[in-house]
Ligand binder design. Structure first.
Ligand SMILES: C[S@@+](CC[C@H](N)C(=O)[O-])C[C@H]1O[C@@H](n2cnc3c(N)ncnc32)[C@H](O)[C@@H]1O
Length: 221
């Protein structure tokens, strides 16, 4: 097991610092700062774009889309073949996302923004109808979001959980805060499912990725 020596930390920092983002993303981050909303970090955004480029989802859901930094990343990585359902409970955040989409010339038909609480929306989404679900709406209802994501994602689809480090509390066993316990339970729920292949990527906030395996490839435990 690697220990956190200074060289490892330097390499990690180098990775985080060598990501450049276009001007319109910086503008969206500025809007998020004004509204006091956290966005996916640059390494997470970059990883999300890579996953979208590899998987090329046609139907994606984002639970907690904020001002749309991650949404834009997905829409831009895949292009017109992706339709995104973005669920966001805060009207100001949803409006800021609409502004970002307009400025990026993304037609509103490609991003359906649902301004409601996710727990009231997810049960209306069809089983196995989505290729990608990004969860980033806080830890309070995380287990419910994970259960719904597992229901709506089809074989070969991807479930992504951002802020998996729970503000760097996850790895500290003594921390028993509700959000940390919820996050640990959610990650366990995904890791222990034999239908899923999982990995936790060490981005700044932690990006946990699970893909739904076809029946022949399912893990035996
Ligand atoms: C961390 S931000 C999302 C950032 C976004 N994924 C990005 O990278 O740009 C979390 C968002 O989830 C929203 N949220 C919190 N609870 C929610 C709920 N129950 N249903 C829908 N949205 C929720 C908040 O209003 C906030 O905008």
């Amino acid at each position: 097991m690697p220990s956190m020596n200074p060289e490892l930390f330097a390499s990690w920092t180098y990775t985080q610092n060598h990501i450049s983002e276009p001007e319109h993303v910086a503008q969206a981050r500025g809007r998020a700062e004004d509204l006091g909303v956290r966005c996916i970090d640059p390494a997470g955004r970059s990883m999300l774009q890579l996953l979208c480029t590899l998987r090329r989802p046609r139907n994606a859901v984002e639970i907690g889309s904020g001002v749309g930094v991650a949404s834009l990343a997905m829409l831009e990585a895949v292009g017109p073949s992706l339709t995104l359902t973005a669920i966001e409970s805060d009207l100001e955040h949803a409006n800021a996302m609409r502004q970002g989409l307009r400025e990026s010339n993304i037609p509103s038909a490609r991003a359906r923004i649902i301004n409601e609480r996710a727990e009231n929306v997810l049960s209306r989404l069809a089983d196995h109808a989505y290729d990608l679900v990004l969860i980033d709406a806080g830890a309070e209802l995380l287990l419910e979001y994970v259960a719904e994501a597992k229901r709506i994602v089809g074989v070969g689809g991807v479930i992504i959980l951002n802020n998996a480090f729970d503000e760097h509390r996850l790895a500290k066993p003594a921390v028993r805060r509700t959000s940390t316990v919820m996050t640990r339970d959610a990650l366990r729920m995904l890791r222990e499912d034999p239908r899923l292949q999982t990995h936790l990527f060490p981005t700044e906030q932690g990006l946990f990725v699970a893909t739904v395996l076809p029946p022949v490839a399912q893990k035996t435990r």
